[in-house]
Design a protein around this ligand. Structure first.
Ligand code: FAD
Length: 369
């Protein structure tokens, strides 16, 4: 009998079925890998499910950092990323139509001027909208708003995005195992909490805020702490806002058919997820000040998520040792950074040129050794 001469495809186990794990699994699958995603939760319900979905590399950047460049690169990849999943942008509520930074008070004026100077000096197209132009673009915005800076960016519904990735993975032969906590990692093997042992050519550690604990089990020190974020959703008609608005009171992101998502708090309290009703009130009040038509809009949903933050403040996308890659610490930008992270993980797995400079995102203890 003639032997099958086709090369055996490589097997990857991805620990963590949030957007980073799912996107990495999808990209590996597209390149012929066999993938198994393991997740402790019943489904993708952690940070990726909690996120607002802004794709906003510029709103929180005032310096030309490596993270800022990574965000710009990833933003450009979003449309193709969805198309490669065989979907229209609208399926995940993807809109790359910019985000606004409104001018409400003197603090905003200084921040806006600094942002404009920084971005124009790097040839990033920004546009100042005078009050009359802003009203044309966003009629619902408060009369107290003197104008706004329109920055490149966009938004996506992260919950739809996770579902899309899950469906694409299973439709193309990937294995998704939720309710499946990983208890330990050894050389090219993971042990599940039920004692089962699975082997792979590559293990991808993408377990969000829990990655430091799992890395420690593999003997690797990745210090970090989750940053809790509380958010809410207000009932509102589609089209009340056309794009996201980000200011120091709150940010508002329109979600098609679902109203407006408003966020978010930033609290370092370990894995505590307790609700703070006063914080929800404050966020809702900030949103209503910015969009007065929301005065009577009810809060229809509120939730909490744990942002994965490493002590360096930067993500790590890096090989930790043969057979073990980590992609974590995406903190406030994991949705934005999913496409570039997935491409980077694949390049590390196959030892090809990375899609961008990954040196700033290497594991410090490994790069200094
Ligand atoms: C309130 C809030 C708003 C945000 N808004 C934005 C935004 O607008 N734009 C943006 O770009 N980013 C935003 N973020 C950040 C973004 O959500 C995160 O950076 C991103 O979701 C991280 O994805 P992840 O896959 O690494 O982590 P997660 O989505 O948390 O996934 C990690 C997964 O690992 C699993 N896991 C943990 N331990 C184990 C184990 N032992 N075994 C198996 N599985 C395990 C968990 O169950 C979880 O599903 C926001 C975050 C929050 C909380």
């Amino acid at each position: 009998m003639e032997r099958d001469k086709r090369p055996m495809s490589q097997q990857a186990i991805i620990i963590g079925g949030g957007i980073i794990g799912l996107s990495s699994a999808w990209t590996l699958l597209q390149h012929g890998w066999r993938v198994t995603v393991l997740d402790a939760a019943p489904e993708a319900r952690e940070a990726s499910w909690a996120a607002a979905g802004m794709l906003a590399p510029h709103h929180e950047a005032d310096e030309a950092t490596a993270l800022w460049r990574l965000g710009i690169d990833s933003l450009q990849r979003w449309p193709l990323f969805i198309e490669q999943l065989g979907q229209e942008h609208i399926a995940v509520d993807l809109h790359i139509n910019g985000g606004l930074m409104p001018l409400l008070d003197d603090n905003d004026a200084t921040a806006i001027e600094r942002k404009r100077t920084f971005l124009t000096s790097h040839n990033i197209p920004v546009r100042w909208l005078e009050r009359h132009e802003l009203i044309t673009a966003e009629p619902a915005i408060a009369a107290t708003c003197h104008g706004a800076l329109l920055l490149p960016g966009g938004q996506v519904n992260p919950r739809l995005m996770c579902t899309l990735l899950q469906n694409a993975l299973t439709a193309h032969g990937g294995i998704l195992r939720y309710h499946t906590p990983v208890a330990s990692i050894t050389e090219r093997r993971v042990q599940l909490a039920n004692g089962e042992i699975l082997a792979a050519d590559e293990i991808i550690l993408a377990s969000g805020a829990w990655t430091p604990q799992l890395a420690a089990l593999a003997g690797i020190d990745l210090p970090g702490e989750p940053v809790k974020g509380q958010m809410l959703r207000l009932r509102a008609p589609d089209g009340l806002l056309n794009r996201f608005i980000h200011c120091h009171h709150a940010y508002l992101v329109p979600r098609r058919g679902l109203g407006l998502v408003v966020g978010a708090t930033m609290v370092m309290a370990g894995f505590d997820r307790s609700d703070d009703p006063a914080a929800i009130e404050r966020l809702a009040a900030g949103a209503r000040r910015l969009v007065p038509a929301l005065a009577d809009a009810p809060v229809v949903e509120q939730w909490t998520g744990l942002r994965p933050r490493l002590n360096s403040g930067l993500p790590i996308i890096s090989r930790l040792r043969p057979g073990l890659i980590v992609a974590t610490g995406h903190f406030r930008n994991g949705i934005l950074l999913a496409p570039i992270t997935a491409a980077a993980v694949h390049s590390i797995a196959v030892q090809q040129l990375p899609p961008c400079d990954l040196a700033p995102f290497a594991c410090p203890q490994l790069s200094s050794s």
